[in-house]
Design a binder for this molecule. Structure first.
Ligand SMILES: [Zn+2]
Ligand SMILES: [Zn+2]
Length: 318
């Protein structure tokens, strides 16, 4: 019997999973793992002091932010070296420890889904975790790993994974989860400062990641892309691919899973073979639930992969 949490957020997350499991019992192992991760990453609130602009000595971060947005550069891009990775480093160590015990129950889902999917990165590999546990990576090395993640240096992640005897997908997933609390703190902090009229890109204006899902909001059905790493949202045309910016209607389409026509759709691009989940919503999905809703629609990732579509890793350079 799982111990009940007194953290209201964890209780809400548990309630959401319970209702999803009622409809789809297959989600149980994923739900359990996700809740264990959330208990750790959301155990204490993050307090940000200053915004980490290394190039800014004047202290006027809003002017600098505006300039970056105009140039199509996300807030955190170029600032990686000055980020405080203390919390991500300690979370990473905890999650690494924890992931091993979940390896067996998650294995059946392996290889059915696209490599860009969050869960696939979580469950593939997971071998030799014991060895990884024993290796004593220094705080500095882990910090460098986070910089590689944010800069999209996938080959460096792969190298590190090999040294740790871990699958690159698993390593990446643990690193992403470990980064979430601080990225979400930046997302919340920057929201009032962001002039999104200046941002026309398909990736996140705050952390630079690709969206993990999108929402068609309200009666106007305007599409908002959502970043599950930092929680940001930004408007993006429905008839344009966020990955390759293809706007040729002939090469864009969507499909849905039978019985879920009204709930979710998958928009696809024939130019780059990318896909993105689209959820009709009244209100924005709360930041801490974005990753949950993405995981809960794993069957969409399976169908998309079967049809030859994929999605990039969050910080992957295309
Ligand atoms: Zn983001
Ligand atoms: Zn495309």
């Amino acid at each position: 019997v799982a111990k009940t949490s007194d953290n209201p957020l964890i209780v809400q997350i548990q309630k959401r999973w319970d209702s999803l499991i009622l409809v789809n019992p297959q989600l149980r192992p994923i739900a359990e793992f996700h809740q264990e991760v959330c208990k750790r990453i959301y155990q204490s609130p993050v307090h940000l002091t200053e915004l980490p602009f290394q190039s800014d000595k004047s202290g006027d971060s809003s002017a600098l932010l505006k300039e970056k947005l105009k140039q199509g550069i996300a807030f955190l891009q170029g600032e990686e070296e000055v980020l405080d990775f203390t919390l991500p480093v300690s979370l990473y160590r905890e999650l690494l420890q924890m992931a091993f015990s979940y390896k067996r129950i998650l294995n059946p889902y392996q290889s059915k889904i696209s490599s860009g999917s969050f869960l696939n990165r979580l469950i593939t590999g997971a071998r030799s975790m014991v060895q990884a546990d024993k290796s004593q990576e220094s705080q500095r090395d882990i910090r460098q790993l986070f910089i590689h993640v944010l800069q999209g240096n996938m080959d460096r992640i792969a190298q590190e994974a090999e040294q740790l005897h871990l699958s690159p997908d698993l390593l990446l997933t643990l690193l992403h989860y470990s980064l979430m609390p601080i990225l979400q703190a930046y997302g919340a902090r920057l929201k009032p400062l962001l002039d999104l009229d200046l941002w026309t890109r398909g990736n996140c204006p705050v952390c630079g990641a690709w969206p993990s899902l999108s929402e068609l909001r309200g009666a106007d059905q305007i599409r908002y892309l959502r970043c599950s790493l930092c929680g940001s949202d930004w408007v993006y045309p429905l008839l344009r691919c966020p990955y390759c910016e293809n706007a040729d209607h002939e090469k864009l389409g969507y499909f849905f899973v039978e019985g879920e026509e009204k709930k979710h759709r998958i928009y696809v691009c024939e130019a780059c073979k990318g896909y993105l989940k689209v959820f009709p919503t009244l209100d924005p999905t709360p930041t801490e639930f974005l990753n949950l809703e993405d995981l809960a629609t794993l069957h969409f990732d399976v169908v998309a992969a079967e049809r030859g579509y994929s999605r990039p890793y969050p910080f992957q350079k295309l």
